[in-house]
Design a binder for this molecule. Structure first.
Ligand SMILES: *[C@@H]1O[C@H](CO)[C@@H](O)[C@H](O)[C@H]1NC(C)=O
Ligand SMILES: *[C@@H]1O[C@H](CO)[C@@H](O)[C@H](O)[C@H]1NC(C)=O
Length: 450
């Protein structure tokens, strides 16, 4: 046996191999005024919506480490810094994928809802209950430990026309409760906000509603889906300039949670508008719908088993992003601003609950704020939509809300709260639990709430 020779070769190999890669740190994103920041640098979302399998199949794409790592190569090639995932199973382990995303400089915008654990727009009061909150709080637990968790969506397209605007108080209550949970648990102040459907009749009302009233009930950001700019139009040929004007006083970060009209051949002209000084004082980027082809002709790539084929849209988006760096400087963001005025009732805005009231925090859910949510139900639980009472009890909008305690995510500023200084062990075993999503709009912004 040539043991000696082999040992020598091994030794040489060891000496020559690089030191283990040091985990690149990724700076948690914080909110300042109407903008996101990573440290002292303005952060613009440059991303795609990522839910291979589509919305009907409740499958967690970031629990599949191999597929995740395969797709990260594409995300890097496209020049992305964010993916949005609509459904996760929080009983799954996400360390490997989240870690690999962080190494690639990519953040996660996460929907906490799932088909079974979500508000039902047809029965909002009954579906807003402690069983539901336990699931979404457990989802927060599963992702709060990652520095590259960018933000949580409290809901997606719950309101999808004028009539369903009556659900808005429930969406706002859920947003309030998620912020309370993060504060009461002393977690990093991960931003919480809503992703609105592309509903022109009440877009501004919804945005203002989520940003009006006491701080405890205001969102940390607002996002909406916008398919109105279709190629080959350029900025001036769309109403996006008017939208910038309409949102010019909006005081929290605003971005597009879905964009990328596919009526005509896509060139992604929107990219040059979004990351330009026409929009940067008001918008903080956007997410292209969507990474994988799911039957609606929105896919940048087609996935077949383990193989991924890029489509024409992929090359078009890559080219548009490469040609469009972020605006320089701080983009003229507003360092501070006031809460919005709550919208007035109209044929497009049917909120009958008064502005200073919201659905009361569900009975029995206090224990989660005090003791944590515990293990979530995963994707296979019994569901929560019929677990509550059909009668709404109202309370002062901020009644019982926990407004302090979260640790700042900014390394520059002092943190406070129970988690001060605690950097979640690099992706250590985050508690599991799950959440899922609701989702996904597809073409035309229809949404399903299961
Ligand atoms: C407005 O909402 C109330 C209750 O939330 C409902 O009873 C009423 O029918 C709604 N009106 C319209 C026009 O949708
Ligand atoms: C801008 O706001 C005005 C007044 O509320 C509204 O009539 C108009 O439709 C809005 N335009 C866009 C593009 O949102």
């Amino acid at each position: 046996m040539k043991t000696g020779a082999i040992a020598a070769v091994l030794a040489a190999g060891v000496a020559a191999s690089p030191a283990p890669a040091k985990r690149a740190s990724i700076t948690p994103v914080t909110v300042k005024g109407n903008a996101f920041f990573a440290g002292n640098e303005r952060f613009y979302v440059r991303g795609v919506d990522y839910q291979p399998g589509g919305s009907s199949e409740a499958k967690d794409p970031i629990a599949d480490a191999d597929a995740c790592k395969r797709d990260i190569e594409k995300f890097k090639d496209l020049g992305l810094n964010t993916i949005r995932v609509y459904t996760v199973d929080n009983t799954a382990n996400h360390d490997e994928c989240m870690n690999a995303l962080a190494d690639a400089g990519i953040y996660l915008a996460l929907d906490v809802n799932t088909p079974k654990y979500s508000l039902n727009r047809a029965a909002p009061q009954q579906s807003y209950n402690k069983v539901y909150l336990q699931s979404i709080f457990a989802t927060i637990d599963a992702f709060k430990g990652y520095d590259n968790t960018l933000l949580f969506f409290s809901g997606n397209e719950v309101i999808n026309d004028a009539g369903t605007s009556s659900c808005a108080p429930y969406v706002k209550a859920v947003t309030r409760d998620m912020k309370s949970y993060i504060n009461s648990r002393g977690y990093r102040a991960i931003p919480v906000g809503y992703s609105a459907a592309d509903v022109a009749e009440n877009r501004l009302e919804m945005a203002n509603y989520m940003n009006c009233g006491p701080d405890a009930v205001r969102s940390d950001f607002f996002a909406f889906n916008d398919y109105s700019w279709c190629d080959p139009d350029t900025f001036g040929e769309t109403d996006w300039g008017q939208k910038v004007k309409n949102f010019s006083d909006y005081s929290i970060p605003l971005f597009l949670s879905e964009y990328g009209c596919n009526k005509n051949k896509r060139q992604f002209n929107q990219v040059a508008g979004i990351y330009s000084d026409e929009m940067d004082a008001v918008y903080s980027g956007g997410l292209v719908y969507e990474y994988s082809e799911e039957g609606s002709n929105f896919g940048l790539v087609t996935i077949d088993g383990d193989s991924v084929t890029t489509n024409d849209d992929y090359a078009a988006l890559k080219k548009a992003l490469a040609a469009t760096p972020n605006p320089s400087g701080d983009g003229g963001f507003k360092t501070s601003g006031s809460a919005s005025q709550c919208p007035t009732k109209s044929s497009n805005w049917n909120v009958t609950i008064s502005d200073d009231e919201l659905p009361a925090f569900p009975d029995g859910a206090d224990t989660y704020l005090e003791n944590g949510a515990g293990k979530g139900p995963g994707l296979t639980g019994d569901g929560s939509q019929t677990a509550g009472s059909a009668t709404t009890s109202l309370a002062a909008a901020d009644s019982g809300a926990v407004t302090t305690g979260a640790a700042s995510g900014s390394q520059a500023s002092g943190s406070k709260g129970a988690a001060a200084g605690l950097h979640p062990p690099e992706f250590s075993a985050a508690p599991l639990v799950c959440g899922l999503v609701v989702l996904v709009s597809s073409l035309l912004g229809t949404t399903l709430i299961f």
